[in-house]
Design a protein around this ligand. Structure first.
Ligand code: HEC
Ligand code: HEC
Length: 150
């Protein structure tokens, strides 16, 4: 059974109930999303839980520090796009600004230098760090985990 309910509340309820090992539901305080495994080692259910429990809150903080007024409603869809549920959270998000594969950063600096610097120095390294906690194969995070290439 796939376990990607459309509403976050349902997702959390489902992870604690139907979709998780019973022991998780009986042991309070077990963090969602298998934080002891790297991103590459997680199954889809663990990826969903990790996005909800760690990636979203941490990234919301990072985006809010950058521009408090713009990201008060920061959510899954800022990264995943409006059609995220229909496409099973597939990334990269085709509605984000497309970057050239060769020199994405040079292009981004010309397009909008403050956000390019923010992407390079905050967003990419934060996701790199989150994805590589725990045991398992590493993931190299680049602009193209989120952005399509032009
Ligand atoms: C800061 C950007 C960001 C936010 C916010 C975010 N995600 Fe993600 N998410 C990603 C990226 C990047 C990937 C793809 C990682 C990779 O390349 O494997 C991903 C992958 C996923 C996947 C796995 C998809 C697959 O095909 O394996 C799921 C499920 C998911 N996200 C759900 C969520 C949910 C639910 C939320 C909100 C609670 C959320 N994400 C918030 C960036 C984000
Ligand atoms: C974790 C996902 C993620 C990664 C990695 C990422 N970005 Fe972004 N980027 C976003 C999101 C989400 C936005 C849209 C922010 C908004 O809506 O204000 C964005 C916006 C931008 C914009 C502004 C586009 C516009 O339409 O205004 C540029 C330029 C950009 N990113 C460049 C980069 C570059 C260069 C890299 C690699 C160094 C990078 N990004 C890495 C998620 C990401």
């Amino acid at each position: 059974m796939r376990c990607l309910p459309s509403i976050l509340g349902l997702a959390l309820a489902a992870s604690l109930g139907a979709c998780a090992a019973p022991r998780d539901a009986e042991t309070p305080g077990i963090p969602l999303g298998a934080p002891g495994l790297t991103w590459a080692a997680k199954n889809t259910e663990q990826k969903f839980g990790f996005m909800a429990a760690q990636v979203h809150p941490r990234m919301q903080q990072v985006f809010l520090e950058y521009k408090p007024d713009n990201y008060a409603d920061f959510s899954c869809s800022n990264c995943h796009g409006a059609t995220m549920e229909q496409i099973d959270y597939a990334m990269p998000n085709q509605s984000l600004y497309a970057l050239p594969p060769d020199r994405p950063y040079d292009d981004a600096i010309d397009f909008d230098s403050p956000i390019a610097v923010f992407m390079m120095t905050k967003v990419t390294p934060t996701l790199q760090e989150l994805f590589n906690q725990g045991e398992g194969p590493p993931t190299k995070v680049t602009c193209f985990n989120c952005h399509p290439s032009s």
